[in-house]
Design a binder for this molecule. Sequence first.
Ligand code: AHR
Length: 508
Amino acid sequence: MAQKAKVTLERSYTIGEVDKKMFGSFVEHLGRGIYNGIYEPTHKETDEYGFRKDVAELAKELGISVVRYPGGNFVSSYRWEDGIGPVELRPKRLDLAWRTLETNEVGINEFASWCKRIGAEPMIAVNLGTRGIEAALDLLEYCNHPGGTYWSDLRIQHGYRDPHNIKIWCLGNEMDGDWQVGHKTPMEYGRLAVETARAMKRFDPDIQLVSCGSSHTFMDTFPEWEAETLSHTYDVVDYISLHQYFGNEDGDTANFLARSLETDHFIKTVIAVCDYIKAKKRGKKDIMLSFDEWNVWYHSKTHDDNEMKDNPWQTSPSLLEDIYTFEDALVVGCMLITFLKHADRLKIACMAQLVNVIAPIMTQKGGGVYRQTIFYPLLHTSKFGRGTALRPIVDSPKYDTKDYTDVPYIETVAVMNEEAEELTLFAVNRSLDEPINFACCLRGFEDYSFMEHIALESEDLKAVNTFTNPYAVAPYTRKDSCLNLGKGEFTIELQKASWNVIRFRKTN
Ligand code: AHR
């Protein structure tokens, strides 16, 4: 016997506009993310710049709106100047973050042009680990000044006449973590970040800056880090960053599927700290949230630790190549739903990362490409989740796990696209045992009819996609899952352990 749950939506109970930057990604100079990932000049399917066309097509399919670059941990000891000018003259360097050899074949110009070709906005992190204000200013001038100065003329000389006009800049990366080259105390970071930000905004007050938040909620300094650093940077920054990764190390899937409750708590805590600092400073603006690293990450960790210890200084080795299971896709779906539930304050989210490195897209050197399981929830939310997020009133049966109590079986949110006259509900059924009859009461949408129900389901929670079986886990359109009760009332059957996209459209 199926359990029952209900969501009530009211057209005017809006959360906020979903920013298209919610569907962002991240590419770092790490493993095969760039080299033999987005860029593989010897591959038969490259564009004229040596970037893989099949990868670019999948990034476009995902509708990736913003891409963070060049790190990650990598940025904290990066000299951006190594990546400009004639490729044959660029130095090879040791990258201390991942203990690899960096060839610098790809740098800011190649990356910014690639972003343009895939229709995404670059989001560039400056090095506040080993470097500081001067290097950040030089990079900004090189990228954004039209010409007539040392750095802008150098860009033109390098073949890029038009400025890249990069608008979003991250002030360092995970500076609270002791694994970071140039790790800082909150006071050290806050001072450096505010002075860098002030100088950068002198160049262009319209750029948007992201202050570094905590690397994870389990950091001892969370959330004091946010409070202390923001007390320095509040006036000059626009966003604070959040990073979060989950794993199912102990094989407790019911607990793993509940992890997004932590995402929700994390977001609420960071908003509370931002608002506290705003109040303390008698401020007028709200600091927005940039969830600029998030995903499931654990499958490859032992391999990577050994590889970095035993075989350092390789060029683009296979690192962080998690092969994602079906249950990982459900966690990713729950995280995306949680982001949409905070659309009023969470404006940027970058799945970490895009290709090969903890990524939705996998490539084979000289070979093909496939979509991992986690590709699909990102694809669906990016495609159907643009518009206005609506506050869902959910009545769901609940369960308890090792780490959480009262976990709702149903995680859901809705997005209304007024222009297209469509309404889309995203829902995960966390129950591992039973389908759920999901009653949807759509107030203010009485003239809408059911359009389609797309689902990601699998009998095997550990199912993965591979080069030889790329569609083992793939979405399909469900037939006969919806019962129309009239006047905006529908009941949809959600299979156990499933990701669901339920679409409604105004009846003509
Ligand atoms: O995305 C992988 C790594 O995770 C990033 O380099 C770092 O910022 C985080 O710890």
